[in-house]
Design a protein around this ligand. Structure first.
Ligand SMILES: Nc1nc2c(ncn2[C@@H]2O[C@H](COP(=O)(O)OP(=O)(O)OP(=O)(O)O)[C@@H](O)[C@H]2O)c(=O)[nH]1
Ligand SMILES: [Mg+2]
Length: 313
């Protein structure tokens, strides 16, 4: 079954006990994404448009500093040849992420998207066998906003300044061939205790039993310091062998140093350092903003290669 293969190939190996390791991080450039989104196969792009590591590309980022990624912390999809030199490999890393492009990156463009249904139990979710990606994270982290950004629709999924807007498992079908799934947020302190327990019950059941789930996208707010509850969820997903991508949201927000706040890239580095101890191999991660659409095309490419690999195996 495809899911089993995913576990074998896409999962970072999980360390049960956290360790503390220091790491130096920096951003890497990518090929032209608008072209890539329409290309049918990555190998032709690699031949046509290798991109050297260029300061100018790095400087075009919406924040000042870079995140340098050691080679062993890159996410290399299965069946991907990395026996090339460093600059070729750099050219295949998606901007603002540690994700290497593979030969499975095709059909990434979103042509249409529609709401299909809301479910409260895993058994009630669509049963057509199409692959799906679930967006999960703390209440208000920006799950519904990211979904809207990915499909270029302002109000397909409902958003709110008030936490707790999304309450069910909401399926949105994209291009009639795969699903984006919007889930309720966790950690909403104002919610009654029994509702919080219910969240755990029904979403965890969904993660553990949904056979068409290609990967969970765990959203982390990059505009604030690391929260323990997010580390706990990353750890829980790893422990339970559930394929996961970390999506850092709100990277457009800047915190003033004089108020003791950190920039989004500093918060991202810190989070990655903390979870580094959980995983032997790095999970994929990516920086995004639903305001500037940073990371939108990159996520679509990542989803496309995960999906195409899943469909083939
Ligand atoms: N600056 C900024 N604000 C964002 C971003 N993404 C979401 N927001 C804001 O954050 C708030 C919450 O966004 P939602 O998309 O509703 O969050 P959610 O995770 O779906 O929340 P729940 O459904 O309550 O769990 C809204 O006011 C959004 O406008 C972002 O990338 N940058
Ligand atoms: Mg929501």
């Amino acid at each position: 079954m495809a899911f089993t293969h995913l576990h074998r190939f896409y999962l970072p190996t999980y360390f049960p006990k956290p360790q503390t390791l220091s790491t130096k991080l920096s951003l890497l450039p990518t090929p032209s994404l608008s072209k890539l989104l329409n290309r049918s196969h990555f190998s032709s792009l690699l031949a046509a448009e290798p991109l050297p590591v260029a300061e100018s590309t790095i400087a075009a980022e919406p924040f000042d500093s870079r995140i340098e990624i050691p080679r062993d912390r890159l996410f290399v999809p299965p069946e991907t040849d990395v026996a090339c030199d460093s600059s070729d490999l750099c050219a295949r890393v998606l901007k603002g992420s540690n994700i290497v492009l593979s030969k499975y990156v095709r059909d990434a463009k979103v042509d249409e998207a529609e709401f299909v249904k809301s479910s409260v139990r895993t058994e009630d979710c669509p049963s057509d066998g199409l692959p799906e990606f679930a967006l999960v994270g703390r209440s208000n982290v920006g799950k519904s906003s990211l979904l809207n950004s990915l499909v270029r629709r302002k109000k397909l999924a409902l958003t709110s300044k008030k936490p707790g807007k999304t309450q069910c498992i909401n399926h949105f079908r994209v291009n009639d061939s795969w699903y984006l799934v919007d889930l309720p947020g966790y950690g909403y302190a104002a919610a009654p205790q029994d509702l919080r327990t219910d969240w755990n019950k029904f979403t965890k059941d969904y993660f553990l039993n949904r056979s068409t789930l290609v990967s969970v996208f765990l959203l982390i707010d990059a505009s604030i310091p690391t929260k323990k509850i997010d580390l706990d969820y990353a750890s829980w997903l790893g422990e339970n062998q559930i394929p996961m991508t970390l999506v850092f949201t709100k990277c457009d927000k800047r915190k003033k140093k004089k108020n003791g706040g950190k920039r989004p890239d500093e918060n991202v580095s810190n989070f990655l350092e903390l979870i580094r101890g959980f995983f032997e191999t790095a999970p994929p991660w990516i920086m995004t903003s639903s305001v500037t659409n940073q990371g939108r095309d990159e996520i679509l490419l990542h989803m496309a290669q995960l999906r195409n690999y899943w469909l083939k195996h």
